[in-house]
Design a protein around this ligand. Structure first.
Ligand code: GCV
Length: 695
């Protein structure tokens, strides 16, 4: 061993001692999956340190600066070692960041072909040797790709993956990977369960909470590149100059992380804040008002993304107030944004009860007839299912049915109908189920993922939106395990093919521990949680068995305001049976799906159990594939679900003392409540349905 190596080994040995002697630091969950706690395995820590003695990067702009800062911070935390900014001749491996344009070292590697293939936001990671020292290259065409690649490298280190012979090429499969915040101007969050809004409107623009930079870091680590910061139930005041200054201040903090700001627009704004007599989209003064508004926004925020719009839905204003179509409304806004490069994300969450008696059919009927009439910079944003973010729905029939209109998928990360921030429900399996659903739009294999990627129909632009579960709670998401949903959403937005298993494993390793038993225990809990939740709340295709809080069981709910806000409208339980007949004999919602789905789902014998009562109304004595009657099957699901929730509590207790106490105790309290609530769901629903099934 030469002297230099001996010195390095001695330094590392000192650090080992320091790490071993240091008491476990208390944790409150603020650091999310970017914890960068010391690598426990000594040999690995030495190896990583040796590979990362220096970070070589061009001075670059703000994005390059945050990439270097993140790498330094990560390496410092993981190895206890401060990487230098210049490769010393007598030291070990280096990490080289940059683009061919900004870094002569990267240019010398001749990565043009590889970089062309990964596009504007992609990156390559390569292990090479330069002058006999190991060099890890993080290269991209643009600085944002370097930042994404840096997070990828840190992720590999955090998850115990090898980083010595890297050959990684990554490009996002969707262009716009957005969070949608349903934040109100008074700081409350619609369907938010993790505290108040992250945007402090009173303090902005003079003071921007430092937490916003951490929000941006977390999002950039996943590849999220846009955020709609206000609720789709939009207050027009956000478009006033005073508020645009505040929005611009947020945008300035997010920009280095590659995150563009978007706003939800209230369709009536020309009237409510513009002083016009109308908001009719075909009125010239209205169109001029929106054009001027767009100019005003872009003067402050040159990379503003565009507008999300909820129109003619749940009391929101829209073009139909003036007997115009959704396309008239969307196109008028699109024209105002077009010269600036902005887009409109027009939501398809509409369910006007004059359109069809069955709520789940209405959006399809309203929107398919408009296909081909939207401007190029309009997306139609469609929830994963046709009802409303239920624990299980078949995919929305609009996917695959709008060949000429780019569809953005809208997922809900916040757990409105899935136990809010009290129940642990890992949503990646539900999202993969949706993304992997075959629409058959262009023959077999036309999955929803391929539809939104523009691979089934050639969409000019692509995107996905997730309704955020973040808030001012110290741990961001209320429930410590709900952080996994933010993580999984972002990673699936980057690559909809990623597996829930792989994502759970990755998140657990980064957030809790690389220790095998802990990884196995938490991933197992996460991966079971969605099906368990379905079992104890709404099994076998049952849906909307809730009241106004969207949390507790309320199968008896008969909302006097609207039938389709009731529970009884959706289960229709009587002595004859339960479920909604959506076959051809019933509402014919199956007719909105393509063959072979429409035939398969029209027949209870070929409908998967999981969707049975979504599509069918069946007698309690109906014989299931299991051999049980429908009633017995329902009871067995509720029983199994409640038992499963109780088992989560036990599993969690089995790792007590092996992860930090503060986070462990907080999750344990939530799981305890979940077990109680699951039993309550079982008892209430079984008792309720029993009065019809076994009167
Ligand atoms: C933003 C559901 C929710 C509402 C939400 C709406 C929507 O109805 O309960 O809170 O409003 O969906 O997506 O627009």
């Amino acid at each position: 061993m030469d002297n230099v190596t001996k010195g390095r080994v001695a330094a590392v040995a000192c650090l080992v001692f320091v790490f071993a002697a240091a008491p476990a630091r208390g944790e409150d969950g603020y650091d999310l999956w970017l914890r960068y706690r010391p690598i426990v395995d000594e040999a690995r820590r030495v190896e990583i340190s040796a590979h990362a003695t220096a970070i070589v990067a061009p001075a670059g702009g703000e994005t390059m600066r945050v990439a270097v800062d993140e790498l330094q911070r990560g390496l410092r935390g993981l190895t206890g070692h401060e990487a230098s900014r210049v490769p010393a001749p007598d030291r070990g491996g280096a990490i080289v960041l940059g683009t061919p344009a900004s870094s002569p070292a990267i240019a010398a590697l001749r990565l043009e072909e590889a970089l062309k293939a990964v596009g504007d936001e992609g990156y390559v990671l390569r292990s090479v040797r330069v002058q006999d020292r190991p060099v890890t290259v993080v290269a991209a065409r643009h600085d944002i790709g370097v930042l994404y690649g840096t997070f990828h490298l840190l992720r590999l280190i955090q998850t115990s993956a090898s980083v010595t012979s890297l050959d990684v090429s990554e490009r996002p499969r969707l262009n716009r990977r957005l969070l949608n915040h349903w934040d109100n101007m008074d700081g409350s969050i619609e369907r938010g369960y993790a505290g108040r809004s992250l945007w402090n409107w009173a303090a902005l623009p003079a003071t921007v909470d430092s937490r916003i930079a951490d929000y941006a870091r977390a999002n950039a680590s996943l590849g999220i590149n846009g955020t709609v910061i206000n609720s789709v139930n939009a207050n027009a005041r956000t478009l006033q100059p005073e508020y645009l200054d505040k929005v611009a201040a947020i945008a300035r903090v997010l920009r280095p992380y590659g995150i563009r700001v978007y706003l939800s627009a209230n369709f009536s704004a020309p009237r409510t804040i513009g002083g016009l007599a109308t908001a009719d989209p075909l009125d010239a003064a209205v169109a001029a008002w929106w054009r001027a508004k767009a100019d005003e926004i872009y003067a402050r925020i040159p990379d503003f993304g565009g507008f999300a719009v909820k129109a003619n839905s749940e009391g929101q204003p829209g073009p139909q107030d003036y007997k115009r179509t959704h396309a008239d409304g969307a196109n008028m806004l699109a024209d105002a944004l077009a010269s600036h490069g902005g887009v409109v994300m027009w939501r398809a969450f509409v369910y006007d009860d004059s359109v069809d008696p069955d709520r789940v059919k209405r959006a399809y009927l309203e929107f398919t007839r408009l296909d081909g009439t939207f401007r190029d910079n309009v997306f139609v944003q469609v929830k994963n299912g046709a009802l409303d973010f239920q624990p299980r729905e078949p995919f929305h029939p609009l996917f695959g049915a709008m060949p000429k209109t780019p569809l953005m998928a809208e997922l809900q990360i916040t757990q409105e109908y899935l136990g809010q921030s009290t129940h642990a429900v890992y949503l990646a399996p539900m999202w993969r189920e949706f993304l992997a659903s075959d629409t058959f739009a262009a023959g077999p294999g036309s999955t929803v993922a391929r539809v939104i990627e523009g691979d089934v129909h050639p969409y000019a632009d692509t995107g996905i939106a997730g309704v955020a579960n973040t808030g001012s709670d110290r741990n961001w998401t209320g429930h410590g395990l709900a952080q996994a949903n933010w993580h999984a959403y972002g990673r699936l937005a980057w690559n909809p093919s990623l597996s829930p298993e792989g994502l759970a494993d990755e998140w657990v390793r980064m957030t809790w521990s690389n220790e095998a038993r802990i990884v196995a225990t938490i991933t197992d809990l996460l991966l079971r949680s969605r099906e368990t939740y379905v079992d104890y709340t709404m099994p076998l295709g049952l849906h909307h068995l809730i009241g106004g809080d969207h949390y507790a069981p309320m199968p008896e709910n008969a909302d006097p305001r609207r039938a389709d806000w009731s529970a009884i409208y959706y289960h229709r339980a009587s002595r004859d049976g339960v479920g909604v007949d959506r076959s051809r004999r019933g509402t014919d919602a199956v007719g909105q799906y393509r063959s072979p789905l429409r035939e398969r789902w029209a027949d209870p014998a070929t409908t998967p159990d999981a969707l049975l009562l979504w599509f069918h109304r069946l007698p309690w004595t109906y014989r299931m594939a299991s051999g049980r009657t429908l009633w017995d099957e329902i009871v067995s699901h509720y029983t199994r679900g409640a038992e499963g929730a109780a088992a989560f509590e036990q599993a969690w207790q089995s790792i007590a003392g092996q992860v930090d106490a503060e986070r462990h105790v907080a999750v344990a309290a939530k799981l305890h409540q979940q077990a109680i609530d699951a039993a309550a769901w079982r008892d209430k629903c079984v008792a309720y349905f029993r009065q019809f099934a076994q009167p």
